[in-house]
Write a protein that binds this ligand. Structure first.
Ligand code: BGC
Length: 540
C-alpha cells in the first residue's frame, strides 16, 4: 500500500498516477455516464494496480462544451458525477487505501455559463471593481492571434454587452483576465497584471484552492498553467504567469504546505523559486510523440511526422526524447518529470501496437526516472477508436478527434462491458465493438496479460527504490535495444522492434534478469527477442 504517512510533497517523487476521465470509468446509476460513486466502487481495483494517486479530468459543474474544461462553478461537483459529499467520501475512502486525489484546475478560462461571465455579459460596461474577462469595444485587427485551436482569439459578444471578448480555446471558454505585461493606452483592455480585475481573479484562485484542499484533496493538475497572462511575446506572458503561481505557492506554503501543483507543461526557470512540483512531459509534446507516435487522434500543426521509436518497424530514434530529458535534468536535477502512457487528448498507448508490443513500452514508462501517469484502460491495452462522433467538443479540427481515447472502461463481458446498465445507445461514447476487446475480467490474474504485467512492474518498482523517481537514470545504449542504468545496480533493456537485438556492455557483467520476457544475459552480452524486455540486477 502507498504511504500516506509521508507528509510534505516528496511523495510525488516516487508516485505513480492513475488518470481517470470521469465520464468513462464506471457508471453507478445507469445514466450512461461515469460518476464518483462508480469510482468509489472500483477503489479496490485501482489499489490493485499499485498506483498512489488519481488525477481526475475536471468534474465540476459545466455545460460540457469541452468535456468539463469549461467550468461553470468551480465549487460544485457536476450533478451527473454526484455531489461534493461524494467527493469527500472518495477522498476519505481512497485515503484509507493509500491513494491521494488530484483534481484538474482549469483557471485560464471559464465557461460562458459561469456566473462571472453572465454578469459581465449582462452589464453595459466594465465592472466597477474590474473586469474578470478581457473585453474590447473596437473591432479586433487581424494578425497577432493565430487560428490554431487553443490560442486566444476575439469572439463577438452575443450581448447585451457590446464588443468582443477574448477566448482561450473554444468560443464557449472566455479567457479570465490575469492582465498583460505590455499595457497601451490605445488598447484599454490591456489591464496591468496588478490591475483590479486580475487581482479579483487571483483572489478567486486562492478561494478555489482553499475550498478543495480543505476537503482533503492532495493537489491539482493545472490546465494551461502558463497561459494566464496574455501577451504577443509569448515568453513575457509565460514568465508573468509563472510569477502568479509563485505568489500562490507562497500562500500555499502557509495554508497547505502539502498541496502539490502539477502544471500542464514545463515550468519556465526564472531564477525565482519554482511554484510547481513537477514538469509534465505531456503526450502533447514532440519528445513523447517521437517515442510513441500518439497522434493517430490527429496531427497538430507543430508535430513533425517521424517514425516512433516504440514501433515494430524499428526505424525510430530516442534522440529528441533524450536531448529534452538531458536538458530538463541539467536545469534542475531533482525535479520530478511526469511521463504519461496517454491522456484524454491523445491516442492510447495500444494504438498501432499489438498487445505483445506493450511490454517494452510499459517497462520503459514504469522504470524510467520519472513519475509515470497511467491513463485508465491502458493497463489492459484498450484501443483508440477512430471516427467517433463529436461528443462534448472532442473534435478540435477535422484531423483531431479526441473521442477515441475517451471511450468507456472495459471491465467484463457483461452488458456495456460492465461500464453501465444504460441502453447501449445512451452511453457517453460507444464501447469498443471488437468482440475480442480487452477486459479487466479476462486479464485479471492471467500470467502474461497486460494487466498482470502492469501490476508486476508497478509492484517491482514499489519495492525497488532504484527503479523509482529519484535514482539516477544513465543511458547505456540509445538505440535498439534501448538500455539504461537505474542507480548503480539495475539495468533495464527494451527492444520495441520486431527484429531481435543484442547489446554487449560491461554493465551487464554479474547481472541476472530479475524480471522480463524474451531477454537473456550471459556475461556482458544481452540478447533480446523482438518486443523483449528485461530488468537486470546484480546476482549475489
Ligand atoms: C486540456 C484539453 C482542453 C484544453 C482547454 C487542455 O489542456 O487537456 O482537454 O480542451 O486544455 O481547456
Amino acid at each position: 500500500m502507498a504511504d500516506l504517512e509521508r507528509t510534505g510533497r516528496s511523495w510525488l517523487t516516487d508516485a505513480v498516477i492513475y488518470g481517470i476521465y470521469p465520464q468513462s470509468f464506471q457508471d453507478s446509476n445507469g445514466d450512461g455516464i461515469g460518476d464518483l460513486r462508480g469510482v468509489i466502487d472500483r477503489l479496490d481495483y485501482i489499489v490493485s494496480l499499485g498506483v498512489d494517486a488519481i488525477w481526475f479530468n475536471p468534474c465540476f459543474v459545466s455545460p460540457f462544451h469541452d468535456a468539463g474544461y469549461d467550468v461553470a462553478d468551480y465549487l460544485r461537483i457536476a450533478p451527473r458525477y454526484g455531489t461534493n459529499d461524494d467527493l469527500v467520501e472518495l477522498v476519505e475512502k481512497a485515503g484509507q487505501r493509500g491513494i491521494r486525489i488530484l483534481l484538474d484546475l482549469v483557471v485560464g478560462h471559464t465557461s460562458i455559463e459561469h456566473e462571472w461571465f453572465r454578469t459581465e455579459l449582462a452589464a453595459d460596461g466594465p465592472h466597477p471593481e474590474g473586469d474578470r474577462y478581457i473585453w474590447r469595444t473596437d473591432e479586433p485587427e487581424r494578425g497577432w492571434e493565430s487560428d490554431l485551436p487553443g490560442t486566444p482569439q476575439w469572439v463577438r459578444s452575443p450581448g447585451p454587452r457590446q464588443g468582443w471578448y477574448l477566448k482561450n480555446f473554444y468560443d464557449e471558454q472566455p479567457a479570465l483576465n490575469f492582465g498583460w505585461v505590455r499595457t497601451d493606452p490605445a488598447q484599454p483592455w490591456r489591464d496591468p497584471v496588478d490591475g483590479p480585475g486580475p487581482k479579483r481573479n487571483r483572489q478567486a484562485l486562492k478561494e478555489i484552492l482553499d475550498f478543495w484542499l480543505s476537503k482533503g484533496v492532495a493537489g491539482f493538475r493545472v490546465d494551461m498553467a502558463f497561459s494566464l497572462v496574455k501577451d504577443e511575446g509569448l515568453r513575457d506572458g509565460v514568465l508573468a504567469s509563472a510569477a502568479i503561481w509563485q505568489e500562490l505557492r507562497e500562500w500555499l506554503d502557509d495554508a497547505y504546505p502539502d498541496a502539490v501543483l502539477i502544471p500542464e507543461g514545463e515550468e519556465p526557470r526564472t531564477g525565482a523559486r519554482l511554484a510547481f512540483d513537477a514538469d509534465f512531459m505531456l503526450v502533447i509534446y514532440a519528445p513523447h510523440a517521437s517515442l510513441f507516435d500518439n497522434h493517430s487522434a490527429g496531427r497538430l500543426p507543430w508535430h513533425e511526422p517521424r517514425p516512433a521509436f516504440f514501433d515494430a518497424a524499428g526505424e525510430g530514434s530516442t534522440e529528441l526524447f533524450l536531448d529534452t530529458w538531458a536538458h530538463l535534468r541539467e536545469v534542475d536535477p531533482q525535479r520530478s518529470i511526469l511521463l504519461a502512457t496517454a491522456d484524454h487528448d491523445f491516442t492510447r498507448l495500444r494504438s498501432g501496437r499489438a498487445p505483445e508490443e506493450l511490454g517494452a513500452a510499459l517497462t520503459f514508462l514504469f522504470t524510467w526516472g520519472s513519475v509515470p501517469s497511467l491513463y485508465y484502460g491502458d493497463e489492459i491495452g484498450m484501443r483508440y477508436l477512430p471516427d467517433l462522433p463529436n461528443v462534448e467538443g472532442a473534435i478540435c479540427s477535422p484531423l483531431y478527434n479526441r473521442a477515441g481515447c475517451r471511450t468507456p472502461m472495459q471491465w467484463d463481458d457483461g452488458p456495456n462491458a460492465g461500464f453501465s446498465a444504460a441502453p447501449a445507445d445512451s452511453l457517453y461514447l460507444p464501447i469498443d465493438p471488437d468482440p475480442d476487446r480487452p477486459t479487466v475480467a479476462a486479464q485479471d490474474g492471467v500470467p502474461g496479460s497486460t494487466l498482470t504485467l502492469v501490476r508486476e512492474l508497478l509492484a517491482l518498482r514499489r519495492r525497488t527504490p532504484a527503479l523509482q523517481g529519484q535514482a539516477p537514470t544513465t543511458v547505456v545504449n540509445p538505440g535498439y535495444p534501448f538500455a539504461w542504468l537505474r542507480g548503480e545496480d539495475h539495468l533495464v533493456v527494451v527492444n520495441p522492434r520486431r527484429e531481435p537485438a543484442t547489446l554487449e556492455t560491461d554493465q551487464a557483467e554479474g547481472m541476472e534478469v530479475l524480471f522480463g520476457s524474451g531477454c537473456d544475459v550471459t556475461g556482458d552480452r544481452i540478447e533480446l527477442d523482438g518486443f523483449g524486455y528485461g530488468i537486470l540486477g546484480r546476482s549475489r
